[in-house]
Design a protein around this ligand. Structure first.
Ligand code: UDP
Ligand code: MG
Length: 311
């Protein structure tokens, strides 16, 4: 029996893209040495994405869908696909055709060579807005300086995972998984392929700056507790600086110099007030994560599916 490749595609309002992406995947895999299945995750779509997928699934035996009960987000949608994929390997990609299916061939080649994880690196993309490119660059810089997991710039959720890696990934029971980071944590033999992303085929990006900011914060705080250490370092630094101030205060007192200093006082109070709020905020984020994790809520809820094991 030929090896089975599962293709997982999270989709949120991607009606115009579904038929095209399936077509392009079929072009790549239909004449290959592999059997393949396509699992589309309908992440609370409000357009007719689901109907289009269902119509296709009715005529194509290897097209499956998972319909969520509401919008849970890109990462949970991807997780659902990985949870139910049967393949000897699983390839995940976006529904908007920014991730070209034609790259599958190269990914599968590397997989056959013995790599367990073949991930992709987006090369500088002029079609992305400058804001987004800059954000992406700083996102990875910040992430890497604050975290113990080294993530490379331009790595998105376009990758091939061997079944071994998928099984290992399923064991992560995180409340709000940051899949990019977790995949890096998995280890295994990883290989990177550079590619130039295409333009979004149809529809608009679901990641605005606000969503990206929250993904960045989530990325840092879900992979590392280093931000908590900043409190300790800052505490030490400022204690030391204030120690240096003591001799001056004593000296001023000794020579009877009037302590004027309203401006410096108010500045110090405001500065430390702000600093304490930041540190409290960082603490709060982690406590919030613990709170959410202790509830042990499911990452997603399935409303309907044509996958037997997901019913
Ligand atoms: N997506 C999703 N749920 C969401 C937002 C996005 O499943 O709440 C999917 C979306 O359909 C696409 C992928 O995640 O397949 C990446 O989203 P998008 O293309 O909007 O992000 P960008 O490429 O602009 O970063
Ligand atoms: Mg996109």
């Amino acid at each position: 029996m030929n090896k089975l490749v599962s293709v997982v595609i999270p989709a949120h309002n991607e009606a115009e893209n579904i038929a095209v992406i399936i077509d392009r995947i079929e072009k790549v895999l239909a004449n290959s040495a592999y059997r393949f299945e396509i699992i589309l995750v309908d992440d609370g779509c409000t357009d007719n994405t689901l109907q289009i997928i269902k119509d296709l699934a009715a005529v194509k035996k290897n097209v499956f869908y998972i319909e969520f009960s509401k919008n849970f987000g890109h990462q949970p949608a991807l997780k659902a696909g990985l949870d139910f994929a049967h393949g000897d390997c699983v390839i995940s990609l976006d529904a908007d055709l920014q991730h070209p299916p034609e790259l599958f061939e190269q990914m599968l080649e590397k997989w056959e060579e013995g790599f367990d994880i073949v991930y992709t690196r987006r090369k500088e993309d002029k079609s992305l807005s400058l804001k987004k490119r800059k954000f992406s660059l700083y996102f990875y810089k910040l992430l890497n300086s604050l975290s113990d997991v080294e993530l490379e710039p331009g790595t998105a959720d376009f990758r091939l995972l061997d079944q071994k890696a998928v099984t290992a990934f399923r064991a992560f029971k995180e409340n709000d998984p940051f899949i990019r980071g977790l995949v890096k944590l998995l280890g295994f033999k990883q290989y990177a392929i550079d590619y130039i992303p295409d333009k979004r085929f149809s529809g608009a990006s679901k990641y605005n700056l606000k969503k990206m900011r929250s993904l960045a914060l989530h990325g840092v705080t879900s992979l590392s507790v280093k931000p908590l250490h900043t409190a300790v370092y800052l505490g030490f630094t400022f204690s030391f600086i204030s120690l240096l101030y003591i001799p001056y205060v004593l000296y001023a007192f000794y020579i009877g110099k009037e302590v004027s200093g309203w401006a410096s006082l108010i500045m110090t109070v405001a500065f430390f007030g702000g600093l304490q709020l930041i540190i409290l905020g960082i603490l709060g984020i982690y406590i919030g994560k613990m709170f959410m994790q202790t509830k042990n809520r499911p990452n997603y809820i399935i409303r309907s599916t044509n996958l037997k094991e997901a019913e």
